[in-house]
Write a protein that binds this ligand. Structure first.
Ligand SMILES: Nc1nc2c(ncn2[C@@H]2O[C@H](COP(=O)(O)OP(=O)(O)OP(=O)(O)O)[C@@H](O)[C@H]2O)c(=O)[nH]1
Length: 467
């Protein structure tokens, strides 16, 4: 910190008289000690002013500079006409003449005269130098002003860019009609509400804080699957999921959901800071157009459940995920008992009606997230994501119980039937769908051999099991 004058001749300000005189009435020793304390304090203050990361300038009420630190000198010097920096008002007269007036009109004994007044330097600072300064002035007492100066060129530019981005985003949110743009926190919870969410999903602000799976019908997903899509987005930059979604009023729509990770995350708030952007798009129209193709490729023409191709496709996807993010995946294989007898007794059309009734029993017993498929003939398979063996066997038993209470009426016949099932859990030795189906087939064989109408879980010691 230096006193006024040409930049080369800046001198430290002497200790203020009031401070130097402070010990006059006390004893000589006490006076000397107080003087030393004050000198040390003054020195510390000078150090602070010298090192302060902002420009500090002290001036009289007429603008005469009494103290100035190096940053202030650096910021104000380019404004000086004659290379002297002895008066704040004179230095600023070309770029901010109002500063003199503001100070002169401030009649209170002390207080804030201006706060962050932006001073535009009309290119006076050169290409690399500051172009916008922020000036705050405080009146310390009847004789002194203290000014704080900062180069805010970059900050102002960034603020403007932020405002432009905000305006752009708001325009987008206000105009898109079939997209919902949703920001998610690190745990996948909806982080903010906006108009596009309201328009596409009908949800109000009450949706904030809920998992993004709130848009999905309850049994069409699992918490693990929802987390998978976040992890996939982290790993590859985005993840895409197509499926049924529900509006707040319960009406369904077909949606594509793209999740992208946001580049800047606050490591101190990994769960609550915005971490992902979810673009939820209503593609019901497009889905309707592609539905017949999808049906032809992936659905069984007789029962409407997935066909063998659809099952293998879904299974490879799910097993691939389970390898990357370990969690249980089970497969249940069902085969109607003595089905040949049904055909032989009642005819093929009645057999078809039994197959359709069984497919319906599977569909209503399993969750929507499970993949029910007819692999061929009277053999059906179900893939159960995020499901352990005990749970899978329990659901398979529920299917058998449902079938036992079922009578299929067709062509004047009333048919009852039973089913056998083999259930298996994916593990390191059977991590692909072919191996899993082989094991499930062994278990199913054991169920048939054991008397039919039963569920057998695969174990390594099943008869005829070659590991
Ligand atoms: N109605 C009808 N029958 C079919 C269809 N596909 C296969 N089948 C019949 O399913 C029967 C399968 O008989 P099998 O393999 O002997 O088995 P099963 O009689 O159920 O005896 P187990 O499995 O040992 O209990 C055959 O009669 C096939 O013709 C189909 O799409 N419709």
């Amino acid at each position: 910190m230096s006193g006024p004058g040409p930049a080369s001749g800046l001198a430290p300000e002497p200790v203020p008289r009031s401070c130097a005189d402070a010990g006059v009435d006390a004893g000589a020793d006490a006076g000397a000690a107080a003087g030393l304390d004050l000198a040390a304090e003054h020195e510390a203050l000078m150090q602070f002013l010298y090192l302060a990361p902002v420009g500090l300038v002290q001036a009289g009420t007429d603008g005469a500079i009494t103290l100035i630190n190096p940053i202030s000198a650096q910021l104000l010097m380019p404004l000086s006409r004659d290379g002297c920096l002895d008066n704040l008002f004179t230095a600023l007269q070309d770029v901010a003449p109002e500063v003199r007036t503001l100070c002169q009109q401030f009649t209170a004994p002390r207080g804030k005269i201006c706060d962050g007044l932006h001073i535009h330097l009309h290119g006076g600072g050169g290409r690399a130098g500051p172009r916008i300064l922020a000036l705050s002035i405080v009146k310390l007492d009847a004789a002194r002003l203290m000014g704080v100066l900062q180069d805010v060129t970059l900050q102002v530019q960034r603020d403007r860019q932020l405002r432009q981005s905000d305006a752009w985003l708001n325009a987008l949110l206000a105009s898109v009609s079939d997209y919902a743009l949703v920001s998610l926190d690190g745990a996948g919870r909806i982080e903010q509400w906006n108009d596009s969410i309201g328009r596409v999903t009908g949800y109000t602000r009450s949706v904030v804080g809920q998992p993004y799976a709130v848009f999905e019908p309850g049994d069409t997903t699992t918490p693990e699957h929802a987390q998978d899509l976040l992890r996939e987005a982290d790993g590859s930059g985005w993840s895409l999921d197509e499926g049924l979604r529900l509006r707040a009023d319960g009406t369904p729509f077909w949606a594509s959901a793209m999740i992208s990770p946001l580049p800047e995350r606050d490591p101190a708030a990994p769960d609550t800071d915005p971490a992902y952007c979810l673009v939820l798009r209503d593609i019901t129209d497009r889905r309707d157009a592609s539905e017949s193709w999808r049906q032809a490729v992936f659905s069984d023409h007789l029962t409407g459940v997935a066909n063998r191709r659809g099952f293998f496709h879904a299974a490879e996807l799910e097993l691939g995920r389970a390898r990357r993010y370990p969690r249980p995946v089970a497969v249940a294989l069902f085969d109607l008992d003595h089905f040949k007898l049904v055909n032989d007794t009642h005819g093929h059309p009645v057999g078809d009606a039994v197959l359709r009734a069984f497919a319906e029993a599977l569909r209503t017993t399993f969750r929507a997230v499970d993949v029910v498929a007819r692999l061929g003939g009277e053999e059906f398979a179900v893939l159960l994501p995020s499901t352990g063996i005990t749970q899978a066997c329990a659901v398979a038993r529920r299917v058998l119980a449902a079938v036992e209470g079922l009578t299929v009426r067709a062509d004047g016949a009333a048919v009852t039937f039973t089913v056998s099932a083999g259930v298996v859990l994916a593990d390191a030795q059977a991590g692909n769908i072919d191996d899993l189906l082989k094991r499930a087939d062994r278990a199913l064989y054991a169920a048939k051999a054991g008397g039919r109408n039963r569920v057998v879980c695969w174990t390594a010691d099943l008869p005829g099991v070659a590991a």
